[in-house]
Ligand binder design. Structure first.
Ligand code: GLN
Length: 313
């Protein structure tokens, strides 16, 4: 089936937003100092359909740093360049069951980054973006993520500086990957590009369009541009299904039944293959780093729009 009619989707997006406003649970991320000063009440919900229709509620145009959600889209760009088998072998597709910044996940697996949605795998993935220089690598990522969003995404310089000044752990992960021979590029330069990609500013509506591009087989439904091949969009969604919400990826799939990816600034993108993308933004996070209101609004929409891929009715 497809989505309900335009007015019904519009109404449900407003209702999902109103319903999730009831919770005030969770805490804003503070380990990146700049993230601590965000207004915790900002809350936006957006749905983009594969025909290009966009529905919004609340602060759907407020911008925030994309953080870990960038991992999904950089992964897609690298799959497009290097292909399914190479990326599978170099990065992996298995859940670690550990925190996104875990060093143990690397140590326990002979230096293998395990999957592209944890920091180790994401830094290794960024290092695989073909480029002659660090600047070129960054430009390709910025251009690629912008193509997913259908508009030029800009860096939040304050978030970038704040994370770059405090990311000793990610730098350690980069160097550990190098020690295991899992990264060929300069590891600190790769971590720097990774930190930049995490600092790109998006809105809930941008995330919805980025998700709808994956839902639409790699074609941005608003601009009509093909960003990646349909097989790459498919592979990206398969990875997200088991790894997109950190240690809560199983609970997410159980409750929502769709591939998604969260970030510590409070964004979540969710994809309903063939139908559309959901973008949400609310800064208060659960213990593992997923937006509390974002999860609730997405669950509401998955159920009311009939999107759960495991449901037969
Ligand atoms: N830039 C953040 C980091 O590396 C992203 C983490 C996240 O969103 N989970 O810590």
């Amino acid at each position: 089936g497809s989505l309900p009619g335009w007015e019904e989707v519009d109404r449900l997006v407003v209702e999902a937003h109103r319903d999730a406003l009831e919770t005030h649970e969770g805490e804003v991320a503070t380990y990146i100092p700049r993230l601590a000063s965000v207004d915790p009440e900002l809350f936006g919900v957006s749905v983009a359909e594969v025909d290009g229709a966009v529905h919004t509620a609340g602060d759907a145009h407020a911008t925030f740093s994309i953080q870990s959600i960038s991992k999904a889209f950089v992964y897609a760009l690298v799959c497009e360049e290097l292909g399914h088998d190479t990326v599978r072998e170099r990065i992996g597709v298995n859940n670690t069951g550990l925190a996104f910044n875990s060093v143990m996940a690397i140590e326990l697996n002979d230096g293998h980054p395990m999957n592209p949605m944890v920091n180790a795998g994401a830094i290794a993935t960024t290092a695989l973006v073909p480029a002659r220089s660090t600047d070129e690598r960054w430009e390709r990522i910025q251009r690629g993520l912008s193509a997913f969003a259908g508009r030029r995404l800009e860096l939040d310089g304050e978030v970038y500086t704040s994370e770059a000044d405090t990311n000793q752990r990610n730098r350690a992960i980069g160097i550990l990957l190098q020690a295991y021979g899992r990264i060929d590029a300069d590891p600190l330069a790769a971590v720097d590009v990774y930190t930049r990609q995490c600092s790109l500013l998006v809105s809930a509506t941008d995330l919805a369009v980025m998700g709808a591009t994956l839902a639409d087989g790699g074609v941005n439904p608003v601009t009509g541009e093909r960003v990646v091949a349909a097989s790459v969009a498919r592979d990206t969604l398969a990875v997200l299904a088991s790894t997109g919400l950190y240690e809560r990826s199983g609970e997410w799939l159980f409750e929502i039944g769709l591939p998604g990816k969260s970030g510590v600034a409070g964004g979540i993108v969710t994809v309903s293959p063939g139908k559309g993308g959901i973008g949400v933004f609310s800064p208060r996070l659960d213990r593992v780093g997923n937006s509390v209101r974002g999860q609730r609004a997405t669950r509401f929409l998955s159920r009311s729009l009939g999107l759960d891929v495991f449901a037969s009715d």
